[in-house]
Design a protein around this ligand. Structure first.
Ligand SMILES: Nc1ncnc2c1ncn2[C@@H]1O[C@H](COP(=O)(O)OP(=O)(O)OP(=O)(O)O)[C@@H](O)[C@H]1O
Ligand SMILES: [Mg+2]
Length: 580
């Protein structure tokens, strides 16, 4: 997993190597400083030799400059490497997510994917930065300070060993208690993100249901729990201070006490005593920092795992090895198709589907809500794969086609359609980047969108706000249909995409499609009989099965479900008015 994450360093690898190198130089200089100080004290001041004083002083300044410069450089390289790593991780994740099938997105959930791409990547970035700098610096400082102390005075350095257990036990106490709190802090962050993103994307629903207070309470609760956890962790971390101070006083006292004896006995100089005290500080500080960093690294393991899951996720829908690159015509066939969202034969959304649709047919699909109309058509452009049985387009299994070729030929206007921030023309050209303005206008005309686009101040260059909220529901549907038409598909599927249009506009749209694109297979899903009355034939779906196929008149006579829907809707008006 770690290897997988680190393989994303790529062009930033050199910085990840340079940082530790400069850390080593920095540590060597930092370690030399107390020693040089002791020399200045002993030789320069005590022995009153000016020449020595200058020489060592110069060395001292040089060490400070080198330590400072390498510290800065290693910091710079560490930042660059870790920021680069997170940039690469994010783009790899994003790229992989683009290949996700609908099923994969269902599995991860959008909220969690957002958290993984933001908070988790941030965690990994911080701990990686710490790993190539502080996590190398602290142990080195520890080891070198120890070696130097032992070199200066063996017996006195043994005193350090008394203080170690105090610090280690203290830190163990803090870290072991802080770790679970940190883990739960990250979980709460996940929750907070979900609450916020759900609220913001559904802000209109929240407002129309006057649920603001409810949402504020939900947010407050999560935010409050985050606050409480942070306070608990801070309290724990604050314990580190007294432990640190206690051990510093203890060790200073011990060194001063025994040091004085050794100085009197002549086995230790004043300078050496000073440097020993400095090394003692450095050892303690290194231990403290190291334990904090370890917590951070342990915590970010969770994040690394969550990132790896996204990186490793292989889309459940893959391109075949030798894909077919052309779709000859728009015929569709379902052969003994069963489909389950959860891969469970007992919970099939589609059962025993056998259908044959000829190229150029004008097909209607009707059925109560939840009768699996959307599930049925999702199988044609391979948005999901069948659980068993085959779907054929132009006589060939959809699994044998190149995915892009197939999806360009089968254009679906989804029930939950979506526009993107940009201009009208940019949104329409999503369907086909190379479309000329004439082609765009033609598609918009067929989709009955041209007139309202022209009524906007900037026409085709008018802005589309996020999600297309500055257009009405019916206008959005027509823009999405125009976008789908620009792909020049062989099969066009409108999944309840004319529901917000009035009857006249809908009829105009259908007439335009019939006149301009008679060879294109058209499948229209609708809850309204009036929308389907002129179709060549209508498929009636019920509880995941095909309940009947026939023309409006045939079904009216022979199909109970259709008859019931039609009779209920007929009460509001006469269908004959809709007939051509
Ligand atoms: N992504 C999904 N994951 C799990 N189950 C799903 C998913 N999408 C739909 N279902 C289930 O499959 C069944 C059929 O749903 P589907 O959306 O195909 O119905 P529909 O006929 O299109 O309904 P509507 O008219 O409301 O659009 C439902 O029971 C639904 O709960
Ligand atoms: Mg549906």
């Amino acid at each position: 997993m770690i290897k997988n994450i680190l393989s994303h360093l790529e062009e930033y690898k050199k910085y990840a190597i340079l940082s530790p190198i400069f850390v080593v130089i920095e540590v060597i200089m930092d370690i030399a400083l107390p020693y040089l100080m002791s020399l200045i004290i002993d030789r320069g001041i005590t022995a009153k030799s000016k020449e020595d004083l200058y020489k060592i002083g110069l060395l001292l300044i040089l060490s400070i400059v080198i330590a400072f410069a390498s510290g800065m450089l290693s910091g710079y390289f560490a930042t660059k490497a870790s920021a680069g790593l997170s940039k690469n991780l994010r783009s790899s994740m994003f790229k992989n997510i683009q290949n996700f099938s609908f099923e994969d997105v269902d599995k991860f959930s959008t909220g969690s994917l957002v958290t993984r791409m933001t908070t988790d990547v941030q965690n990994v970035q911080s701990s990686f930065q710490a790993s190539i700098r502080i996590a190398i610096r602290s142990p080195l400082m520890l080891i070198f300070s120890f070696i130097m102390s032992f070199k200066i005075h063996r017996n006195l350095a043994f005193n350090f060993l008394i203080v170690f257990p105090i610090i280690l036990l203290g830190m163990y106490f803090i870290v072991s208690r802080a770790h679970p709190i940190f883990t739960s802090i990250f979980k709460t962050f996940d929750k907070l993100n979900t609450v916020v993103s759900e609220n913001l994307s559904g802000i209109r629903v929240v407002k129309s249901f006057v649920k603001e207070d409810h949402e504020i309470q939900k947010f407050k609760k999560t935010s409050q729990s985050l606050f409480e956890k942070y306070v608990r962790v801070s309290k724990l971390m604050a314990l580190a201070n007294p432990i640190m101070q206690f051990s510093i006083y203890l060790i200073t006292m011990l060194i001063a006490w025994f040091g004085a004896h050794f100085i009197v006995a002549g086995s230790l100089t004043t300078g050496e005593l000073m440097s020993l005290i400095t090394y003692a500080f450095q050892i303690q500080i290194s231990l403290m920092i190291l334990s904090v960093i370890l917590v951070q690294i342990i915590i970010s393991r969770n994040s690394a795992e969550r990132i790896s899951e996204v990186l490793d996720a292989k889309s459940s829908i893959q391109n075949p090895e030798n894909p077919i690159m052309d779709v000859d015509n728009g015929s569709i066939e379902f052969k003994n198709v069963y489909f389950s969202y959860v891969n469970d034969e007992d919970k099939c959304a589609l059962k025993n589907i056998n259908l044959k649709i000829n190229s150029g047919d004008n097909v209607g699909i009707i059925g109560s809500t939840g009768s699996s109309k959307t599930s049925l058509i999702n199988l044609i452009p391979r948005l999901y794969d069948t659980t068993s049985g085959d779907v054929l387009v132009s006589g060939k299994n959809v699994k044998d086609y190149d995915l892009k070729t197939l999806r360009d030929s089968v254009s679906v206007v989804l029930q939950k359609n979506q526009l993107f921030t940009g201009t009208v023309i940019e949104n329409l050209k999503w369907g086909n980047e190379n479309a000329t303005l004439d082609e765009v206008v033609e598609a918009a005309k067929i989709a009955q969108a041209d007139s309202f686009i022209n009524a906007e101040n900037d026409g085709y260059n008018s802005t589309v706000e996020r999600g297309g909220t500055n257009f009405s529901g019916g206008q959005r549907q027509r823009l999405c249909i125009a976008r789908a038409l620009l792909k020049k598909p062989q099969i066009l599927i409108l999944d309840d995409s004319t529901s917000a249009l009035d009857n006249t506009t809908e009829q105009n749209l259908v007439n335009e499609l019939n006149t301009h694109l008679p060879d294109m297979t058209r499948i229209i899903i609708s809850q309204r009989v009036s929308s389907l009355i002129n179709c060549d034939y209508i498929i009636v779906m019920d509880k995941g099965e095909v309940n009947g196929v026939g023309t409006h008149d045939e079904l009216l006579k022979s199909n109970n479900i259709y008859n019931e829907i039609a009779t209920t809707q007929m009460e509001g008006g006469d269908f004959d008015a809709q007939r051509r």
